[in-house]
Design a protein around this ligand. Structure first.
Ligand code: 9MR
Length: 384
C-alpha cells in the first residue's frame, strides 16, 4: 500500500500545483480530464439513477468538474421509457438531458433498440404470441419517433442498435431478429434519422475486438452505408479486464472501424481486476455465474501489486486512445466511482471490483493525473 500511497501523494501535490501554474515544461498543466483531453476527444461518464435524480451530489460534482459528455446507464432503455405500449415515462430522461444542457455537455442517448431491457409487450400480442413483422416495425417506429423526437436537437448522438452481433460474428437470435431478420437494424437507423436528421447515429457492442465480431460489425457498417443510411460511428463498449484483451487487439479493431468510414467511440469503458470465468467474457447480462468467494479476492482492499497492474494497463489504454485520437471522438467511462460500477455484480453478484477512474471515497486514482499528463506531453491529433 505504501508505494501507491506515495505515488498518490505525489500526484496530489502535482494536481494542486497544476491549476493555473505553468509546469517545468512551457505547457500549462490541466486541472481536469475534460480540459486535458479537450482537443483530442470527449471524456464521458454514464450516470446512474441516483445521480440523475440529484441524490448523489458527490458523484455529480466529479461529473461536472471532470467530464464533458454524459450517457444514461439505464433510464433511457425501452423498458423504462415505455413500460407499457403507448405509456411513456420521461421524468428521469428529462432530468438527465437537463443536467447535460445545464453543464454544456455532449449528451448521448442509450439505447433505442436492444434485446435486453426491452419490455416483453414489445414482441407479443394480447395472448402472448409473437407479433407479425409489420406490427414490430410499427412498434419500433413509434418508440424511436417518440423518444428521439422528444429530444430532437438536444441529444448529440444515439446508440441506435445495441449488441446485435455475437462474438462469432453471427446475428444474435434476439426477438427483433427472430421476427424481422437482420432488416431490423437498417430500419432502426432509418427511423432514428427520420426522427432527428441532425443526430449522430451509432452501432454499439461489446467484445468488439474479437476478429469475427469485428469483421461482422465492419460488414454491417458497409451495408448500412450502401443502403444510403446515416451511420456515424461504432461504439466499442470496452468492458475489459486487466489481463485481456491486449491493446494491439484493440488497436486493430479501432483501425478496422475507422477504415470503414465511421468514427470510433469507446462508449462503456471499465477495466475489471477480478478473475473472469472466460477470456471472452463480455457484457451479455444473461451470462451470470453463482457467487464464489475465491472469485472475489479483494473484498476490502486492492493489493498494491494489482493496483499497479491495473494502473499500467489503464495507462497503456489511454496512451492508445491518445495515439488514435484522429479516429476516436469520445471515451466514456461506464460509471463514475468504483462503488457504483455494474462490475461489482457481474458476472457474479456481490463482488468488489475496482474498474473506474475514481475510488469508493470519490477520490481520483493516480491514473487521472497520468492521463492528464499524457495528454499534455503527446502530440495532438484532434479527431472530434
Ligand atoms: O450498467 C447497466 C446495469 O446497471 C444494468 O443492470 C444492465 C442491465 O442490462 O445494463 C448495464 O449496462 C449495459 C449497457 O446498457 C449495454 N452494454 C452492457 C452494459 C453492462 O451490462
Amino acid at each position: 500500500m505504501k508505494i501507491l500511497t506515495t505515488i498518490f501523494c505525489f500526484h496530489l501535490i502535482l494536481s494542486l500545483a497544476c491549476c493555473g501554474n505553468p509546469k517545468a515544461s512551457d505547457k500549462e498543466a490541466s486541472c481536469s480530464l475534460k480540459e486535458a483531453l479537450g482537443d483530442r476527444f470527449h471524456i464521458g461518464a454514464a450516470l446512474n439513477i441516483n445521480q440523475i435524480r440529484g441524490y448523489d451530489t458527490a458523484s455529480l460534482k466529479i461529473v461536472q468538474d471532470q467530464f464533458s459528455s454524459i450517457v444514461a446507464e439505464n433510464c433511457m432503455k425501452s423498458m423504462y421509457l415505455q413500460p407499457e405500449e403507448g405509456r411513456f415515462f420521461f421524468d428521469d430522461a428529462d432530468k438527465f438531458v437537463a443536467f447535460g444542457e445545464q453543464n454544456d455537455m455532449l449528451i448521448i442517448g442509450h439505447t433505442l433498440i436492444w434485446h435486453s431491457q426491452a419490455p416483453s409487450w414489445f414482441f407479443t400480442d394480447d395472448r402472448g404470441n409473437d407479433i407479425s413483422p409489420e406490427i414490430l416495425k410499427e412498434r419500433m417506429k413509434n418508440h424511436i419517433y417518440t423518444v428521439v423526437g422528444r429530444y430532437k436537437g438536444r441529444i448529440h448522438g444515439w446508440d441506435v442498435v445495441n449488441e446485435a452481433i455475437l462474438d462469432n460474428g453471427e446475428w444474435r437470435k434476439s426477438k427483433f431478429y427472430e421476427i424481422l431478420g437482420e432488416e431490423f437494424i437498417p430500419l432502426a437507423f432509418q427511423y432514428a434519422h427520420e426522427a432527428d436528421p441532425d443526430a449522430e447515429l451509432y452501432y454499439n457492442d461489446y467484445n468488439e475486438w474479437i476478429g469475427e465480431k469485428r469483421d461482422a460489425i465492419v460488414d454491417l457498417v458497409k451495408t448500412l452505408k450502401e443502403k444510403g443510411l446515416r451511420v456515424d460511428g461504432v461504439g466499442m463498449q470496452g468492458h475489459i479486464g486487466v489481463n485481456n484483451p491486449s491493446t494491439d487487439e484493440y488497436r486493430s479493431a479501432i483501425d478496422a472501424y475507422a477504415a470503414a468510414g465511421v468514427k470510433v467511440m469507446i462508449t462503456e469503458f471499465d477495466m475489471s481486476v477480478l478473475p473472469s470465468p472466460r477470456r471472452d467474457f463480455g457484457a451479455n447480462i444473461a451470462d451470470t455465474e453463482q457467487f464464489r468467494a475465491e472469485m472475489n479476492p479483494y473484498p476490502d482492499v486492492l493489493p498494491d501489486s494489482v493496483a499497479m497492474r491495473w494502473h499500467e494497463k489503464m495507462v497503456a489504454y489511454f496512451t492508445l486512445f491518445l495515439d488514435q485520437s484522429d479516429k476516436i471522438s469520445r471515451v466514456t467511462m461506464w460509471g463514475v466511482t468504483d462503488r457504483d460500477s455494474w462490475k461489482n455484480d457481474f458476472p457474479m453478484r456481490g463482488r468488489t471490483d475496482y474498474p473506474l477512474l475514481f475510488d469508493r471515497k470519490y477520490q481520483p486514482k493516480p491514473i487521472v493525473r497520468d492521463i492528464m499528463d499524457a495528454a499534455a506531453t503527446r502530440e495532438s491529433t484532434p479527431g472530434k
